[in-house]
Design a protein around this ligand. Structure first.
Ligand code: AMP
Ligand code: MG
Length: 520
């Protein structure tokens, strides 16, 4: 196995001088050297062929003993120095101080085909940042991260990637429902891949500690490697950097809204500086379209990270990042101006995105109202978001009152829809037909365009759970089936129609299928 190693993070940024693995506060450094934990009986369960070739590896490499050992933490690649990153973050609105990679270990950076990647194991053992936890991960959360990050990539949503999913062979103790019933589960390790795993929290921790020197070093490093077009660091460059992060964060969240993805834990340590979806924990997919829905049981009281709040939370998090960068800029006006631009951009981009979901190619002054009305009616009865938008592409302006029939599969209780709600739907479909008549595209063109933004297949919460249940029994076929299905989320796949259905009734309240705890 030959990887083209090109380490920059450890070479160019200050390291923690302490080499032991004790829990500690790490000052004036961006990372600590660590060695992954050896595992009992590792087994690779799945590999992403796309990621394999992106890294310059072959199918043959993937079956080698070295691949197994490296990507389960049992051997270290020659001439590399694995490390855990130091970062902090706001958790659920409160500053939490130092957090850091408590169970993520970066193995090395690889350059291939002019792309630069960092390889990171999640669940490979303790680091100085593990605090009170064990540095391990269980199979269920690892399957969810592995499948979802690759699925998001194929949906066109900016995301970290995944190379491999493995069993460690070790057992991990978890209290899944936080109800005092801890039990042993299978341990697992995912190899995640990204251009960078830097988060808002990396900058925030240095800002909070008033360590301006390291902050400047880290920001300059980020600009040099990830925003090279901005040029030599200066106050102007820092502002443009912040604006770039704001734009990419917003773009990512608009994609989440488009496909119905709810991250679940939008803490600032879980927001990537590159605007990639990162840290797949208790995330979920909207089934019934509901702005108030969050998959995260830990957040069920205040629903801070609910679907309908994600754009606003993006702004809140960017505000924290702006605070962290402020010392490098020395005045607040320009940062505030950029922050203020967020809402207008968000509204504009949301509108563009929603128009695309409705097959509207042109702009009309009443679109905001048309979309707002739709969002309201969608929430009157439980209506499956994915099925609704996918089936809407069959709507015909010639028979608007057949609209309800066209989307009927999306209703969880089609027989319980009151006459009043039916009336509201019919009136909306009439407005939609009138609006579509202002467009010049044919219905065929509209359908094609809509089907490129409204996925047919997403990783519904119960689908991931079925794959997990089978995997826990040693059957990994469904992981592979879903992996393949989700490579083409916008395509019609007649052989896979069984996955284009509403969440089955048994899954409504089953753990893992609707709500999830942070335990992983
Ligand atoms: P999360 O909410 O998953 O983003 O995690 C928040 C913080 O807790 C991060 O610093 C993680 O590295 C750390 N963490 C989560 N789970 C574990 C674990 N099992 N062992 C060590 N650290 C963990
Ligand atoms: Mg995290």
């Amino acid at each position: 196995m030959k990887l083209n190693i090109d380490d920059r993070f450890t070479k160019e940024l200050p390291a923690d001088p302490i080499l032991d693995n004790s829990r500690r506060q790490v000052q004036k450094a961006c990372f600590s050297y660590v060695t992954p934990k050896k595992t009992e009986n590792p087994e690779i369960l799945h590999i992403s062929p796309e990621m394999l070739s992106a890294l310059g590896l072959t199918e043959e490499d993937a079956t080698s003993k070295q691949f197994l050992n490296v990507f389960t933490g049992n051997s270290v690649l020659p001439n590399t120095t694995p490390y855990a990153m130091c970062y902090g973050g706001h958790q659920f609105g409160n500053w939490a101080g130092q957090l850091g990679d408590g169970r993520a270990i970066n193995l090395a950076e690889v350059k291939h085909d002019n792309q630069h990647w960092t390889l990171q194991l999640k669940g490979a053992g303790e680091t100085p940042y593990s605090r009170t936890a064990d540095g391990l991960a269980v199979l269920r959360s690892s399957v969810r991260e592995y499948l979802c990050s690759e699925a998001m990539y194929h949906l066109g949503v900016p995301t970290t990637r995944a190379l491999s999913l493995a069993l460690s062979g070790d057992e991990v103790l978890r209290d899944m429902l936080y109800d005092g019933n801890a039990a042993y589960e299978k341990g697992a390790i995912v190899c995640r891949v990204s251009q960078s795993f830097l988060r808002f929290g990396n900058y925030q921790l240095l800002g909070a500690r008033q360590d301006e020197e390291t902050l400047k070093t880290l920001v300059d490093y980020t600009i040099k490697h990830h925003f090279p077009q901005l040029g030599t660091p200066s106050k102007e460059t820092y502002l443009k950097f912040f604006e770039g992060v704001l734009n990419s964060t917003l773009e990512m969240i608009i994609h989440w809204q488009r496909v119905g993805f709810v991250h679940g834990v939008m803490n600032t340590d879980n927001l990537s500086i590159l605007g990639q979806t990162i840290d797949y924990g208790p995330y979920g997919w909207l089934e019934g379209y509901d702005h108030n829905w969050t998959p995260n049981t830990t957040d069920s009281q205040f629903k801070r990270y609910r679907y309908g709040a994600q754009m606003e939370i993006g702004h809140w998090n960017l505000y924290q990042l702006a605070n962290a960068l402020y010392p490098l800029i020395g005045e607040a006006d320009d940062l505030e101006r950029i922050l203020h631009s967020y809402h207008e951009k968000a509204q504009g981009q949301y509108l563009v995105m929603m128009r695309s979901k409705l097959g509207l190619f042109t702009e009309d002054k009443n679109d905001v109202e048309l979309i707002g009305n739709l969002e309201n009616i969608l929430q009157l009865t439980e209506t499956d978001m994915t099925i609704f938008f996918r089936n809407l592409s069959d709507f015909s302006t010639e028979s608007p009152l057949e609209g309800l029939t066209i989307v009927t599969d999306a209703f969880y209780l089609p027989n319980d829809i009151s006459d009043l709600i039916k009336q509201k739907w019919n009136s909306w479909f009439l407005d939609y037909a009138t609006r579509l008549q202002k467009e010049e595209h044919t219905s065929k063109e509209r359908k094609e365009q809509m089907n490129q933004v409204n996925p047919k297949y997403v990783l519904r919460n119960y689908m991931a759970q079925l794959a997990i249940d089978a995997a826990n029994k040693g059957d990994y076929k469904l992981i592979d089936d879903l992996f393949k299905l989700l490579k083409k989320p916008y395509d019609e796949q007649p052989e896979n129609e069984q996955w284009f259905v509403k969440r089955p009734d048994w899954a409504r309240h089953k753990a893992g299928c609707s709500m999830l705890s942070c335990s992983s």
